[in-house]
Design a protein around this ligand. Sequence first.
Ligand SMILES: Nc1ncnc2c1ncn2[C@@H]1O[C@H](COP(=O)(O)OP(=O)(O)OP(=O)(O)O)[C@@H](O)[C@H]1O
Ligand SMILES: [Mg+2]
Length: 354
Amino acid sequence: MSGLVPVPGGGNPPLPRSDVPAIELDGLVKRYRKADRNAVDGISLTVARGEFFALLGPNGAGKTTTLSILTTTLAPTGGRARIDGLDVVADAAAVRQRVGIIFQRPSLDRNLTGEENVRFHAVLYGLYPYAPAFRMMAAAYREQVAAWSELLGLGADVFKPVRTYSGGMLRKLEIVRSLVHRPRVLFLDEPTTGLDAPSRRALWAYLRDVRAADGTTIVLTSHYLEEAEQADRICVVDAGRVVATGSPAELTAALAGESLLVDAADRAALRAELAGMGLAPAGDGPFRLAVRTADVHRVLRAVATPLSMVRTDAPSLEDAYLQIVSRAELDTEVMGRPAPASGAGLPTPEAGDG
Ligand SMILES: Nc1ncnc2c1ncn2[C@@H]1O[C@H](COP(=O)(O)OP(=O)(O)OP(=O)(O)O)[C@@H](O)[C@H]1O
Ligand SMILES: [Mg+2]
């Protein structure tokens, strides 16, 4: 927890009632001027307080647009969005106090040093009185900056002008800046793009600490599926619409077709037996069967032919994600429809709790 230094008086606004979700989107729509379609096309979803939520989708799906509305930098065209029960349009100032964002595109002033970027942000948020030099700033601020710079490997570079930074260093500084006011909801728009592996790991370890200490709600967009794998819930959007929502396990189990691979010395006997069980084995063997992991034991118990090989294949989240997106592109009205024959059904787009 080296990096967590308490913010002095008046840091965070009081918590809302515990039953108020961190984020509520209700039919959110955004159409950019002169665009021929909605960038966000009626997204409804709820994120619980303290949840780690991942927003996935192909390029142009509307992720950054959604995050920009939620962090009050972009006005919605329709629908509603609330943070801690506060409307992002009507209560924009209060919302801004509660959210932090790491932008997809760096948004730092390149003529200032890294530390000055952080300092102006902190002063803007009313966390510390302004002083014209780092050494004149409050001790708590200096400790905070030092701890974070060390943690993310910036070190003394934090005092160099931002225009001399590498892409990875820019990213790290953005992260420090986004956390300085201890936001309750932190939006991370592809935060680790451009970070090397050790920095990526350090960032995630740090975010885990922040969550544990502050109960921070985290909303991540990423094209790295292994990062989304850590999320409590994932929402896949495509062309501005929600096409699937669920835990990583739910998405993989429901969509990507777990399979059972079996073989026997007497393949003809095995094939006949499997066919008799309605499992329709294709090919000459080994036989790949569309059997979910939960049903493997039942199937194997029912087979009398001595087996020479048994293997289960669980699909990865990436398999599931690719399947969701390609299906959504084939059938843009996939929402709410039962999935075709193979599957256990598309995880519902936020059925009950929107
Ligand atoms: N400022 C803008 N003006 C007009 N159209 C825009 C603007 N910003 C985004 N768009 C369009 O809105 C749609 C959604 O873009 P958005 O940036 O939200 O996607 P994204 O999901 O974040 O994609 P990526 O994964 O590439 O970051 C795209 O069709 C994009 O071209
Ligand atoms: Mg984006």
